[in-house]
Design a protein around this ligand. Structure first.
Ligand code: FEO
Length: 396
């Protein structure tokens, strides 16, 4: 027996909660992951998304407690990434008469992923699916998170099935926002945005503005809790992140071979702290990339340091810089530092990466042979102090 959560008359949450999963293609998920799917039982029966394949049995069991899966008329694939679609082939075996409703890009993706031709119904922006008592409207959400992404809006019950948008990687036994500690949920929503949606920031406002055109009682994403009390708050946050908002906080990210670069990081931090600006320090061997990116999301400045190894940055730093470059944080200023032995290279390497990541680089003279001496230590402190002022000036 499974506990199915009811959202509204004839609308149920039937997805899976993956309590022990600790990584979403590299995104650290210490609170697990959910693969939300929703069942609408109307004159027509409609399943909104499926789950990750290992949870197919759980999905079927939840559906079977409500209706026979063979009664499903439509399966809406809001997004074809395998965390939402890899149970589709197995579900189609149980629901052979179901139409698969998705965008044109979604159809291409499903055929490529599963080598199957289904009874596809292609939809585009503004299309409507009549379920009987209620109608389902489709809103394209291209690049939130893939080109195929869309959202489905249930008129009447006023529920937006938003798929990845507004999601959070957190497992809870209570499925609504107001049944949980909201600061934890918002924290995970920020981390999700930073690590999944940040590269598409310029598209977010347009997508979010579509939600403003319809009344909303709930936003039911494909990950995490369902928003019903804090809808205005999460929409405001997406508007803010989508506008490239940043405050005057600063994040220092570093890795260090023998401690010299670490000493510099701590002295730069002291200088920033002396300015009164909030600063966070991450060492790449002890912080996850996803936690670092969450802090960078709203930061105005990023200071990055690495020891030089074989004329390059440390391997951990190479991974971080590649990740940062892909996520392209908007409206930041940055700087680089690091210690070296007989030949430098790390600082220049970091600066180049910051530039191609879209970060405005503030020149620094913080590249020291072996270790920073007393004068070098003071320069680190002063640089932190001055950099904080530049960040404050940049946000005015
Ligand atoms: Fe939750 Fe882009 O998949």
């Amino acid at each position: 027996m499974m506990h199915n959560v009811k959202l509204a008359e004839g609308v149920y949450s039937v997805g899976a909660v993956d309590w022990t999963m600790r990584s979403f293609h590299g995104y650290a998920t210490p609170r697990g992951i959910t693969y939300n799917a929703y069942l609408i039982v109307d004159e027509k029966v409609c399943l909104i998304d499926t789950v990750k394949a290992p949870f197919t049995k759980e999905l079927l069991e939840r559906i079977s407690q409500i209706i026979d899966p063979a009664q499903i008329d439509y399966i809406v694939c809001n997004h074809t990434e395998p965390d939402h679609s890899s149970a589709l082939p197995a579900i189609m075996e149980k629901a052979p008469h179901a139409k698969v409703v998705l965008t044109a890009q979604g159809k291409e993706s499903i055929i490529k992923h599963y080598q199957q031709e289904y009874d596809f119904q292609i939809v585009k922006e503004g299309d409507v699916l009549d379920l009987g008592r209620n109608k389902l409207h489709f809103l394209t959400m291209s690049m939130l998170h893939w080109p195929d992404s869309m959202a489905s809006y249930l008129e009447g019950e006023e529920i937006l099935f938003s798929n990845d948008a507004f999601g959070q990687h957190i497992c809870t036994s209570k499925r609504f926002d107001d049944e949980n500690e909201i600061s934890e949920i918002m924290d995970e929503a920020a981390k999700y945005y930073a690590n999944i949606l940040m590269p598409y920031t310029r598209l977010i406002s347009k997508a979010v503005s579509k939600t403003g055109t319809v009344p909303l009682k709930m936003i039911a994403p494909s990950h995490g809790v369902i928003w019903r009390k804090h809808i205005t708050d999460i929409l405001a946050k997406y508007e803010q992140w989508g506008s490239g908002y940043r405050d005057d906080s600063i994040v220092i990210v570093y890795d260090s071979m023998w401690g010299a670069t670490e000493d510099m990081a701590r002295r730069i931090l002291e200088g920033v702290s002396a300015s009164g600006v909030t600063v966070k320090l991450h060492r790449l061997t002890t912080s996850s990339l996803s936690d670092i990116m969450k802090d960078i999301l709203e930061a105005g400045g990023v200071i990055v340091g690495s020891s030089t190894q074989n004329n390059e940055v440390l391997a951990t730093m190479g991974g971080f810089l590649t990740y940062l470059k892909g996520l392209r944080p908007a409206n930041k200023i940055g700087a680089a530092f690091g210690a070296y032995g007989w030949a430098g290279g790390a600082q220049k390497n970091i600066e180049e990466f910051l530039k191609v990541s879209g970060i405005a680089v503030e020149p620094s003279d913080l590249s020291f042979k072996w270790v920073a001496d007393k004068d070098g230590q003071e320069r680190c402190f002063k640089f932190g102090l001055e950099f904080a002022k530049k960040v404050q000036g940049n946000i005015k």
